[in-house]
Design a protein around this ligand. Sequence first.
Ligand code: AKG
Length: 299
Amino acid sequence: MLTFLKYLFSETEYKPVLHSFLRSSKMAEELHENGYIIADLLKENEKQSLRRSYEKHYKERGNQDGEFFGEFSKDIHDEINDILNALFNELFYNYKSICSAFVIKTPGKSSRVPFHQDSAAIDETKYSSLNLWIPLQTINDENGALHVIPKTHKIFLPYRSATIEPYTSEIQDKLTGYFKPLYLEFGQVLFLDSRIFHYSPANLSEENRAITVCRICPSESNLLAYYKAKEIENAKIEVWKCPDDYLLIPESHNDTIRPQNCEFLGYKEVNAKPISYGKFKSRIKKLEIMLESNSSPID
Ligand SMILES: O=C(O)CCC(=O)C(=O)O
């Protein structure tokens, strides 16, 4: 009964956990505070090797209107991790790299990536994961710069997936004027807590925009997938434990179906309703998040 009442009425305010696997406590604190860091860390030969690897693995799809998609495979993952092995060891300890891939925006309007927070891949009540985002050419206003609202990684529900209504669905239209574009040079490294509110406009340049993306987690965390059945009214969130190479296999790419070849761990009885605009405003005040407007101020 108590659990049921808690489920109906409570709205837990989750707090991000420090990224435990970063060797530099200064970096961990900066990431924890702002949700991202940009750093110059790669040697010229590492940048060029990533670019060559992308060119080798990229397969033209021929969509004239543009597209955003990933080139994923175990081979690509291993090749990227070989190139970045020295960097990973310099930056991380007690970590695992669960998916390294290339993501590509081909020129055209349909390459836009809408406002979202990434799906959760681990238990975020205990751990935080990190994305490295490394552009393989300069990022500018034309080719689809990643846009973020700094510090918004602190406003999240740990249970995020394609089948769970986004926590931000009621507020995102009101936040369009607060995004900051991140302009990176070829081979700079963006450390991203991908709970941060983010989107990227379409690539309207003439060339593909290609990125190396690596997802890093604490070594002791289990790779998880959350699933909510559409066909069941008030369905509970199912928790599935996935093999560590799950994101590298084709089965994982359809995240609108129940996870395949994973172990069912149980249900989460939580209030997974989207955050209201009123609640969002009181949360940012409490967290001292200053939204920097590039259009009209928040009312
Ligand atoms: O690369 C981009 O522009 C957007 C990436 C992104 O939002 C994602 O992969 O979740």
